[in-house]
Design a protein around this ligand. Structure first.
Ligand SMILES: CC(C)(COP(=O)(O)OP(=O)(O)OC[C@H]1O[C@@H](n2cnc3c(N)ncnc32)[C@H](O)[C@@H]1OP(=O)(O)O)[C@@H](O)C(=O)NCCC(=O)NCCS
Length: 308
């Protein structure tokens, strides 16, 4: 009789084997520090972590990371499905399906409201068969920056950490825009200021008492010259003016290309800023109901994904 993979809870001594599976499957170097940060120190508690074991080997991994989410009416705990990975030699044997079913059962036991994620071409057909539906199809918009020296943008400060003014900013402006991860100072510090292996640039327009607007950038791509806009919160300022200042500031920091998903307040006029859509690819923002209802409107930004 053919041997079966066994699905079980993650144990602390699995970390190195999981990280090496993820590095192999996603073809990028992952570190144990990053793994612990992402899966165990999140501001809504430790993730649901399931592994598939074949003999002594870890051949499959599934994570569901909890987040405090504003669902458009109230706060709930929802979770993001991340890093589904089956070792290439063990695919097509139902490992992903079993891991995901087990993880869903635990998420329901924990009372999580729904699952959200950004599935790729390979995994979406399987998710759809397990009850996921697509809420949005975000497309990447790109703009080439003028080479040459750009002046530093006056009025735009750079911070290392998010202070309590960001929680006030979230309460005033965040709750009025559809559903979103709760972007208070606790979340923002975890997600951007304390992330090992990835460096983010926090730009803010502020007074001593108040954060008027903020933007988070991550430089990536070839030679780290592509500036991804991962957060964009214009507050009460004109979003168009803020984006123009961010584009100039990113160019001043050395960006040759700006990249963003449709931004809050500007979704239908990205082209006005010299941004053009990548027509060849769209992302998928998908949800699955658990113990609560799924939100009807949520415009995700790049920082809501686990890969930027
Ligand atoms: C996506 C992935 C996790 C699937 O793992 P797997 O263990 O081979 O999947 P399973 O064997 O559990 O497949 C579940 C079902 O989907 C089907 N399936 C598997 N791959 C499929 C594909 N690419 N397209 C359509 N259906 C697929 C299987 O036939 C199976 O159907 P069944 O349950 O009705 O028999 C694996 O291919 C992988 O690691 N890919 C690379 C990493 C990745 O892209 N992860 C997703 C990130 S969003």
């Amino acid at each position: 009789m053919e041997q079966q993979a066994i699905v079980r809870e993650y144990r602390p001594d699995d970390e190195a084997a999981i990280v090496s599976l993820l590095s192999l499957v996603f073809e990028e170097e992952r570190s144990v520090d990053w793994w612990r940060w992402y899966y165990q120190s999140g501001h809504s508690g430790p993730a649901i972590l399931k592994v598939a074991v074949w003999g002594e080997r870890i051949v499959g991994f599934r994570g569901l990371v909890p987040y405090r989410v504003w669902d458009g009416r109230r706060y709930v705990t929802a979770c993001q499905a991340t890093d589904a990975a089956t070792h290439p030699e063990f695919r097509g044997r139902g490992i992903f399906r079993t891991l995901t079913q087990e993880a869903i059962r635990e998420a329901e036991r924990r009372g999580y409201s729904f699952i959200f994620n950004f599935p790729n071409e390979m995994s979406y057909p399987i998710y759809r068969s397990m009850g996921w539906t697509v809420l949005a199809r975000p497309r990447m918009w790109l703009r080439v920056c003028q080479p040459g020296r750009q002046e530093r943008e006056p009025g735009m400060a750079t911070l290392d950490m998010f202070d309590s003014r960001f929680t006030d900013h979230w309460k005033v402006y965040g709750e009025s825009r559809g559903a979103s991860i709760c972007k208070d100072a606790g979340y923002l510090n975890w997600r951007y200021a304390s992330c090992p292996d990835r460096r983010y640039i926090i730009l803010v327009e502020e007074t001593k008492e108040e954060v008027l607007a903020y933007v988070v950038l991550r430089f990536g791509g070839a030679a780290r010259k592509r500036a991804y806009i991962v957060e964009f919160s214009p507050g009460a300022l004109d979003p168009a003016g803020l984006l123009r200042r961010v584009i100039r500031h990113a160019a001043h920091l050395g960006a040759r290309v700006i990249a963003a998903w449709p931004l809050p307040g500007l979704a239908h006029r990205m082209w006005q800023f010299g941004l053009v859509p990548n027509l060849l690819r769209t992302g998928r923002f998908a949800l699955r109901q658990l113990t609560g209802e799924t939100p009807v409107s949520w415009q995700p930004v790049l920082g809501d994904t686990d890969y930027l």
